[in-house]
Write a protein that binds this ligand. Sequence first.
Ligand code: HEM
Ligand SMILES: Cc1cc2nc3c(=O)[nH]c(=O)nc-3n(C[C@H](O)[C@H](O)[C@H](O)COP(=O)(O)O)c2cc1C
Length: 427
Amino acid sequence: MGQIWKLAEVSNHKTEESCWMVLHGKVYDITSFVPKHPGGRSILLKNAGQDASAAFDSIHPVEILEEYLRPDQVIGTIEPGVATDDTKARKSEYDSQLGLKDSPSSMLPPLASMLSVAEIESYAMKCLSPKAISYYVSASDDQVTKEENGRIYRSILLRPRVFVDCTECSLETSMVGNKVGLPIYISPAAVARLAHPSGEAGIARACSKFNALQIISKNASMSPPAIVRAGPNAVFAWQLYVLKDIAATERTLAQIRKIPQIKFIVLTLDAPFPGKREADERFKMAEVAGGAPPQAWGTESGLTWQKTLEWLGRHTSLPIVLKGVQTHEDAYAATLFPAVKAIIISNHGGRALDTAPPPVQVLLEIRKFCPQVFDLIDVLVDGGIKRGTDVVKALALGAKGVGIGRAALYGLSVGGEEGVERVLKSK
Ligand code: HEM
Ligand SMILES: Cc1cc2nc3c(=O)[nH]c(=O)nc-3n(C[C@H](O)[C@H](O)[C@H](O)COP(=O)(O)O)c2cc1C
């Protein structure tokens, strides 16, 4: 740790055999991390042997370093003065390498004229980089689940009743004991800065305008304190993936305990192994000539009801919400654990196990086999929501709230925080 390196020495280490990187004044030997990087090898090799802080900051919060790299991978510091050259200019250069733009293309019509999520999505395809498109749009295998998530809402028809006084309508409700302005919340989605430089903070600012709930992803591109600061009137929760490195996860939970704006913990359970998202894999293979698909996955695959909930209860006193419940049996099982205050019926937007059922089908199962679940805990759903009528159908079938994943990212890409606001209004 004590050694001071010259940049010329660091620049000799930019291959898979020996890969060093300067990040925020420290020199890291990331050789063993290169094949494990969930964002692929090539982006690390492109930035290796130099001060990559600007590139790194475009996509990751600095806390991620301690979480994923061991202390012995810090091999020293860089000679003073080197790391401070015009970082701002380099940052915007890297932003544009990743396809990040400050404002949407001037080719776009005004946001107010975009009338539906489908329309916003079509404009997002013009704004997002090829990398972001492959990451955001992709779903597992044959994408059966992703398509079914949306199709099922269109196949359920409403039964409108008449002579109902609609003069006073309120969108307010509560989720997991928190009053919110909308029954729609933002589902956790990783690396929002791939959509827009304002990232998760832009989403928080939009949520703040509606007193809406934002669930911050464990893999957010900004730190949770920076995100909650951006949304003083929003309600926040934090999503957890338990890493194989349990001690690192416990350290992160300790940091989350210090953020009073975070009202509950959402433990994601539907991805013990990564889904085979072929569009994304193909993109990453193309980045590394002749490369194999990335194999990186640092998430613990041995979680169980008793053991994991007991462990989590030792590291947080906040309510626990289980995300990725996909059967009525598991919905019922969740009610047997007092710390669990809600479940999110979700198949990860079709990104985890393909041919898993759409959440609406699970809502119907719960109504048939164990309707008491709705009285005991809050049931939230996400996946495939594009219209206000989709939201109404999910609520009518017993959901307390409805999450949007991709729609918020698409809104962010076309107009930053105003784009997300437009998505929330255009439903
Ligand atoms: C050396 C320290 C680094 C660590 C510990 C690290 C860690 C991670 C992690 C945990 C993810 C997963 C997010 C997810 O699951 O969606 C990720 C994704 C990603 N990382 Fe890094 N990263 C590092 C350096 C970099 C650098 C220097 C860049 C350059 C811009 C970069 C670019 C990306 C991108 C673009 C993704 C997007 C997700 C994807 O394509 O699947 N990372 N990284
Ligand atoms: C790009 C992207 C990243 C995601 N990242 C996470 C994540 O970090 N944690 C998580 O629990 N779910 C994640 N999800 C799943 C969402 O929380 C949500 O379940 C899903 O997007 C809902 O489907 P929709 O995109 O059709 O609205 C992600 C989804 C997308 C599209």
